[in-house]
Design a protein around this ligand. Structure first.
Ligand SMILES: Cc1cc2nc3c(=O)[nH]c(=O)nc-3n(C[C@H](O)[C@H](O)[C@H](O)COP(=O)(O)OP(=O)(O)OC[C@H]3O[C@@H](n4cnc5c(N)ncnc54)[C@H](O)[C@@H]3O)c2cc1C
Length: 496
């Protein structure tokens, strides 16, 4: 198969080189002229209020929550409907202007940076929940709807959308990065929960990845276009609608905190809990440095040692069983008694503290910036990789509290870095590359949930191998032959 594929891909690659020469207008003077020509067309599509050339607005849309520096677009547009998105994309296509979709800017990989200038499509004005089908457990939303807004909307229906990256991200941005977070161990990631997408391609055409209006629970109808766009980080098209799976709110929920003598025992417990088939809803690991930071930041008083935050969902009876099996396992691994959070307020305080881990880490060194790694490995390799990573952090003289969605084999080192110290930045760079390669050597991935963005292109190539990268490039060329969609991300590396 590879032999018949390769010549075809070579052709695509050659075609791409030709196209690239006459593709996006990235030279500053040419681009300025193209923007000037496009602006009046933008105004006529989305009105005077629907476009901004102001420096503050452009800067606000040129960066996310990552350490990557701000790369402002030339102009920001605020479409109100898919027809406007399509018309704006057609103008960009005509003038060869890059298009950068913007959700809520909570990304951690520099995905919204306009590294080649161009037009930022801020989708916040498209914020309607469109079709709710409670009896079918699905809903369709526009790209400005955030996960918290959706769950507020659903409050009286007995349903909820569980994918929870902590930040109040837009649901289409979450689809674009294939986000997950604390509930993924039980409910899956965006990949498992997106049923259909409406996407505007670079030339302005509008497609529906599972067919217009379709929302079956399963399908074997042709190529899986939906999952092609999930995780495409704005490089293939602008997601203007997503249909999502919903779940019944569990009858009962209870959270608990348990500390351990060592990392190995905490992570061994995680593996054993999952091997025992406990349908745990959340199981989050915090190392001693992280729990100490959370204690200080969120006024808590947990023991400063490796810790698990756990949550159980189900009927009262099933909770009893889940908790009892879990307690047996944690105690056999030297875990402390559980500290319980049963009422909604205490549970929400506990999980807020976990979600604030990023800010707690930052507070360890005021004035510094944070960079979060997000490798993911098969579960059985988790104890080894976390233990080795902690040793590496000490040897590298770096501050990097560890928190992770360990139930999925996914963990974060929240590196707190002084951006004005080149030696420290260099050590962080070497450490993060070593960590990613350690994960690859253990059959894992360099990014479990944040995406490739601006910094992980070389690691992606190592992870995938040249033929798979060629296939990805062929798909990109087929959908976006002028390389207008979010250039510089995933496949193409740009010197910054
Ligand atoms: C404190 C904190 C904790 C976090 N924890 C987690 C976590 O546990 N798990 C996790 O997965 N993530 C986590 N994140 C990262 C972030 O919330 C996710 O990556 C989220 O999916 C980004 O959504 P957004 O709407 O903010 O996207 P943005 O930051 O606006 O954009 C991210 C990327 O998606 C593209 N994009 C955005 N909207 C669209 C669209 N409509 N169509 C096409 N492309 C689009 C952008 O071009 C960009 O490449 C965390 C972030 C913070 C700040």
């Amino acid at each position: 198969m590879f032999f018949s594929l390769t010549p075809c891909l070579r052709l695509l690659t050659g075609r791409r080189c030709l196209l690239y020469c006459r593709s996006i207008v990235s030279e500053n003077s040419d681009r300025r002229a193209a923007v000037d020509n496009a602006v009046s067309a933008f105004r006529s599509i989305c009105g005077e209020d629907g476009i901004s050339l102001g420096e503050a607005v452009r800067e606000q849309h040129g960066k996310d929550e990552s350490v990557h520096r701000c790369c402002p677009p030339d102009v920001v547009v605020f479409p109100r409907c898919v027809e406007e998105v399509s018309a704006l994309a057609k103008v960009c296509h005509q003038h060869r202007l890059p298009i950068i979709p913007f959700g809520t800017g909570t990304g951690l990989e520099g995905g919204v940076g306009a590294v080649k200038g161009g037009v930022c499509f801020s989708l916040r004005n498209m914020d309607q929940v469109l079709d709710l089908h409670p009896e079918d457990f699905d809903v369709t939303v526009e790209p400005g709807v955030t996960r918290k807004a959706l769950n507020t909307y659903l409050r009286d229906t007995g349903l909820w959308f569980p994918v929870d990256p902590g930040a109040d991200a837009s649901l289409c941005g979450m689809a674009a990065t294939s986000a997950s977070g604390t509930n993924a161990v039980r409910y899956g990631t965006m990949r498992e929960n997106v049923v259909n997408l409406e996407v505007v391609l670079a030339d302005g055409s509008i497609i529906h990845t599972a067919g217009k209006g379709r929302r079956p629970r399963k399908t074997s109808a042709g190529y899986n276009l939906t999952n092609l766009f999930v995780g495409s980080e704005g490089t293939l098209g602008i997601i203007t609608k997503t249909t999502l799976r919903l779940y019944g709110i569990p009858e009962a929920m209870v959270s608990a905190v348990c500390s351990f003598p060592s990392v190995q025992e905490a992570v061994d417990s995680t593996v054993q809990i999952l091997q025992a088939g406990v349908p745990i809803a959340r199981i989050e690991f915090l190392d001693d440095v992280m729990i100490d930071a959370c204690n200080r930041f969120s006024s808590l008083s947990y023991s400063v040692s490796p810790t698990l935050f756990l949550e159980f969902h189900g009927s009262e009876q099933s909770l009893e069983e889940q908790v009892s099996t879990t307690e047996d396992i944690t105690q056999s691994n030297g875990g402390s008694d559980f500290q319980w959070a049963r009422d909604a307020e205490t549970r929400s305080r506990l999980w807020k503290a976990r979600h604030d881990a990023w800010y707690a880490a930052l507070a360890l060194r005021p004035g510094c910036k944070a960079y979060a790694t997000d490798v993911c490995v098969p579960l059985s390799r988790l104890p080894q990789i976390i233990v080795e990573t902690k040793e590496d952090l000490i040897e590298s003289r770096l501050t990097g509290p560890i928190a992770g969605h360990v139930g999925d084999g996914n963990f974060h080192c929240l590196m707190v870095v002084d951006p004005s110290d080149p030696d420290e930045l260099h050590r962080v760079h070497l450490f993060t590359e070593r960590l990613a390669r350690r994960a690859l050597a253990m059959d894992g991935t360099c990014t479990g949930e944040h995406g490739v963005g601006l910094g992980k292109q070389a690691l992606l190539r190592e992870e995938m191998g040249p033929l798979s990268i060629q296939v990805m490039q062929g798909l990109k060329d087929a959908l976006d032959p002028l390389n207008l969609m979010n250039p510089g991300k995933i496949l193409q590396q740009v010197e910054l």
